[in-house]
Write a new protein. Structure first.
Length: 253
């Protein structure tokens, strides 16, 4: 794969797994992240930008720099996101709602907005947006997150229609529960909200899938590499879950 790939939130977690998978496949990789320390740990041959995806001025400068150094962009992975609050809807603070929507939805929109001209100029490109199974089924006590993750699906399907005539594809990956520090935080908060133990919440997620397990970041990364590749050249406007097959999105124990 001789591609130029930008991954937001690419210095850790799922984004870092994507970056590693693309690099292994032979792509040139650029990662954007808020965490400068994590960026400093990334391989020296990766492009790196420390920024907030809701800051359009910073994004504009990054895309200009990518264009100057690479002469274009082949794949954009809009992966930046936050979990948002875990609370009943009547207890969600408006400021927390707006922050969650801004990072998860506005961030994807802004990245696509600034990537589109580069991809249009070359007549080809792939945009991948990380949503969640919460964007397919809803998610009790996580109204801001679920709303944002449904929103990016609407964005992606619209982008696929709008940009398709320019040779640009857009697809959505919906991870299920991913093993790692971020999910551990979600488990801890939900345990408190539901009056359960961490292990009970974990088992609830796992038992809600037909395969009875969490997924690994590498599973999401492998799907991203496939969707960006020529093997998926006519795959666009699709929403693909990598979740061990969710059969009950809100299992009760």
């Amino acid at each position: 794969m001789n591609a130029r790939v930008l991954i937001t939130a690419g210095a850790s977690g799922v984004g870092h797994a994507m970056a590693q998978a693309f690099a292994t496949a032979g792509a040139r990789v650029w990662v954007a992240d808020l965490d400068q320390v994590a960026l400093d740990r990334c391989p020296s041959d990766w492009g790196r930008s420390c920024l907030d995806v809701t800051d359009e001025t910073a994004l504009r400068a990054m895309f200009a720099r990518i264009d100057a150094e690479w002469g274009g962009l082949d794949t954009l992975c809009c992966n930046a996101g936050i979990a948002g609050p875990t609370a009943r809807v009547e207890d969600v603070d408006l400021a927390d709602w707006r922050t969650c929507i801004a990072v998860n939805l506005d961030g994807a929109f802004l990245c696509a907005k600034h990537a589109a001209p580069l991809m249009k100029r070359q007549g080809a490109g792939a945009i991948l947006i990380t949503s969640s199974t919460a964007g397919q089924y809803g998610y009790p006590n996580r109204a801001p997150y679920a709303a944002a993750k449904w929103g990016v699906i609407g964005l992606a399907k619209t982008l696929a229609m709008e940009l398709g005539p320019h040779g640009i594809r857009c697809n959505v990956i919906c991870p299920g529960a991913v093993e790692g520090p971020r999910m551990e935080g979600v488990l801890a908060r939900e345990a408190v909200a539901k009056g359960m133990t961490r292990d009970q919440v974990y088992q609830g997620y796992a038992s809600g899938t037909s395969m009875g397990r969490f997924i690994e970041a590498q599973d999401v990364a492998a799907m991203a590499v496939f969707l960006a590749s020529d093997a998926a050249r006519l795959v666009s406007g699709q929403v693909i879950a990598v979740d061990g097959h969710t059969v009950n999105p809100d299992p009760k124990l």
